[in-house]
Every structure is written in C-alpha cells, then in structure tokens.
Design a protein around this ligand. Structure first.
Ligand code: PGA
Ligand code: ZN
Length: 425
C-alpha cells in the first residue's frame, strides 16, 4: 500500500502523428506507472468524449486543455490517494469531471490517468500487470483477431468494410496464432503484388484495400489463407468489422464501392449472403449504432452461427450491454478502454458481457502508441479475445510481441483461450 505522490501529464504523438495524452504517476515509495490515451477514427456517438483544443494547430487535435486539466484539477485531487484503490480513484476522476460523457476534463485525460494509476499499483507490488489485475482468477492468453486488409475510415473509405481480419481457429497457443497469421499476411501481400495492387498499408497496418468490391477483398483473403497452406473456416476463419455506423443512418446504408443504397433488410440480406459464401466466424457492427431493430433482427438470423460484436453499438458500457442482451442484439462486446474512460468502467463492461453470456474482445484503437497495456488486461481479465489491428507497424507488433512474452513468462499454467471461446453465448 502506498500513496500517490506525483501526477504528471505530457503531450506525446500517436501512430497517425496526432497529439495524445500521456500520464506518469509516481508513488511515495517511488513506484511508477504510465498511461497513454489511444484515439479512434470511427467512433461511436455514445463514447466518452476526447478533449481536443480545436483551432488550426494539428487540425484542431491538440490536447493542451486536457493536459492543463490534469495539472490543475486531477493531480491535486489524486495526490496522497492510495494507489491500489483503483475503483476509488476512478470514482474520483468521474466525479471531478462531472459530465455524463466525460467531456469537461476529457475521456483522454481520464483514461490516461486511470491507466497510470493501475500500472503504478502493479509496479508497487512488483508483479506484471496481467497478474495484478487477475487477482485469484483464472487467466488465459486471448485469441487474436488480426487485420489483413484495412478499409473504411482507416483507408480513406477505399472500401466500405473497415477490417478484413483473420482468426487462427486451429491454433493451440497465442504464439501459434501469430505464426499462422504471419503466413496469411505474407501471402496476402504477395497476392496484392501479383495483382499490381500493392499500395502500402492502411492506418492499422493491413494491406491497402485496392479492390473493386468488398467481395473481392474477401476473395483475396480466402486465397491468401489457402496460399498459406490453411483450410479456410477450419484452420483460419474470417472476422469482419463492418463499422456500419460510418455509412449507415436512419435505417439506410450507402455502400460507396458497390454504389448502392440499402435499407436495413437489404443490408442484413447482403451480410447473410456473405456469411453463406465466405468462412466468416465473427462480424462487428454489422448495422449502425442507431439501428437497434436491425441488430436484433440480424442476431436472430445468424447469431447462432457467427459471433456478432457490438462496438459503436455498445461503446464499452455495462448498461448498454445489459440492455442489448435483454433485447437480443449481438452476442459479443468489443471492450475499449477509452470508450469507457476509466479502467473500472471498462472492467464493468467486461463483467456485463460475461454475465450475459457474451464473448468479449479487448480492442485497441486505430490511433495507437507503443503502449501494450491492453494485452495484459485481455490476459489478466481472461477476456478471451484481443483485437489490435494488423501484423505490421510497431504500435501493433509491440502488442502482439508482448503477448508472446506473457505466454512464455506465465509458464505452463498460462492457458490459451483458443477459438472455443468464440461463441460463448
Ligand atoms: P477506431 O476503429 O479505433 O478507428 O474507432 C476501431 C474499430 O472500429 O474497431
Ligand atoms: Zn469496430
């Protein structure tokens, strides 16, 4: 047990070269913890709000006000507070901010501070973060969802679908899941070069989606899985993040690449055909955040066959997950720290997901840093799955590599979630 002595915030830069908030906390015994706020590009409207300065500098994305708020209000309030009392620290942050959406001090300021405290508490005990958050509970290395092609808001809307990902269904360890993905990613790059379509990578490191249709992306993905020597759907499955809130509103969906405008029923029909035609095992935000009826209908139609993940739809909020479960929308929840705004609220969302029989996927954002916290949390919280982006760019690889180290360092007792956890509900 030790008290917080110092809280220091600074501006650093994320993987898109944009400002973000970093907080260091030092306890009276000298233990240190660092938290960094990630940033999304396709955000749900009910997420905790980032505090950005506006104006002309850095396209309005500077975080001077968020950092000033930490120095002016958060640091004095936390000084002298017991560092191990995460729930009390988070409750204090929420009360200090005083708004329902964390817009006054900023969700970015709050999550960076909350994470810094968590790390300092783990360092105070001298244990890795995954062990610190696990308590007496079971831990497992999560099953990764790894992007092969990036799209949507992460690739100038070159294709409508945001993430074309793979899941190593037959992997029996985290390390093996990465090996299998590495082969698929490599083959996908070769296929793109052969097609004269090698145009670099998108925001999360997936190959740039130089395709004539969303379906073509899935055709090439299946070909990449086969070229890597795997059986699609058995060894390696496809996971999509449609991120439909980006192109759907009021029950209408405008698919730019296919040049069509679909109503909810037609959108569900289209996605259902994809599920029949391709080895899709997971599909995220298939309908927009405002299309609850669509989510319920889609879950009823295909929820027994595939994982249906709510991201923008659930925004890591326990109350929204409970409500969705009551109504029969989705069967899995994406868990993003900065959607919730504090560690305690993120954990509450994960617990809501679990008690409703939903699967849980801890997720990074498209704007990331070298920070690897989410890998520890996904493991220590036994979330079951982890989504970090693609298999290139160091802000992504830092996280996959941390999983390798955790798996090794945890010894034989460190189990791997495997694809058995894909459909827990
Ligand atoms: P974002 O997207 O981080 O750009 O919001 C990630 C996702 O939709 O899962
Ligand atoms: Zn998403």
């Amino acid at each position: 047990m030790s008290r917080i002595d110092e809280v220091r915030a600074r501006r650093i830069w994320d993987s898109r070269g944009r400002p973000t908030v970093e907080v260091d906390i030092v306890t009276e015994t000298g233990a240190r913890g660092r938290g960094i706020a990630p940033a999304g590009a396709s955000r749900g409207s009910r997420e905790a709000v980032e505090l950005r300065d506006g104006g002309t500098a850095f396209d309005g994305k500077d975080v001077k006000a968020a950092i000033a708020g930490i120095a002016r209000e958060i640091a004095p309030a936390l000084r002298g507070h017991e560092v191990a009392e995460q729930a009390a620290i988070d409750a204090m942050l929420i009360a200090l901010d005083g708004t329902p959406d964390k817009s006054r001090l900023g969700g970015n300021a709050l999550i960076a501070t909350s994470l810094a405290a968590l790390h300092a508490a783990a360092n105070e005990r001298g244990v890795p973060l995954w062990r610190h958050v696990a308590g007496e509970n079971e831990v497992t290395l999560p099953l990764p969802q790894i992007q092969i092609f990036g799209g949507g808001a992460h690739a100038d809307r070159r294709v409508d679908v945001q993430d074309f990902m793979v899941i190593a269904m037959s992997a029996t360890s985290f390390a093996q899941a990465l090996e299998m993905t590495a082969e698929v990613y490599l083959q996908a790059g070769k296929l793109m070069r052969k097609r004269g379509a090698a145009q670099g990578v998108a925001d999360e490191g997936g190959w740039w989606p130089a395709f004539a249709s969303n379906e073509e992306a899935m055709d090439v993905l299946v070909a990449s899985i086969e070229a890597a020597g795997f059986v699609p759907g058995t060894d390696v499955g496809i996971a999509l993040d449609i991120a439909a809130s980006e192109f759907g509103r009021g029950g209408w969906y405008t698919l730019g690449l296919d040049d069509v405008r679909l109503d909810t029923d037609a959108m569900i029909e289209k996605l259902s055909r994809w599920i029949e035609r391709y080895p899709i095992v997971s599909i995220e935000d298939p309908l927009a955040e405002d299309d609850e009826a669509g989510m319920i209908a889609f879950t009823r139609a295909v929820g027994s066959k595939v994982q249906i993940v709510g991201d923008d739809f659930l925004v890591t909020r326990a109350a929204l997950i409970d409500e969705a479960a009551r109504k029969g929308a989705c069967n899995a929840a994406l868990i993003k720290l900065n959607q919730a705004g504090t560690v305690t609220e993120t954990l509450a969302a994960l617990q809501a997901s679990r008690r409703n029989g939903y699967a849980s996927i801890v997720s990074a954002r498209s704007g990331e840093t070298e920070d690897v916290t989410i890998v520890h949390l996904a493991t220590g919280w036994n979330a079951g799955q982890l989504k970090v982006g693609s298999f290139s760019r160091s802000e992504r690889m830092a996280k996959w590599n941390e999983g390798v180290r955790i798996e090794e360092g945890g010894g034989p007792a460190m189990a791997f979630a495997t694809a058995a956890g894909l459909l827990r509900g």
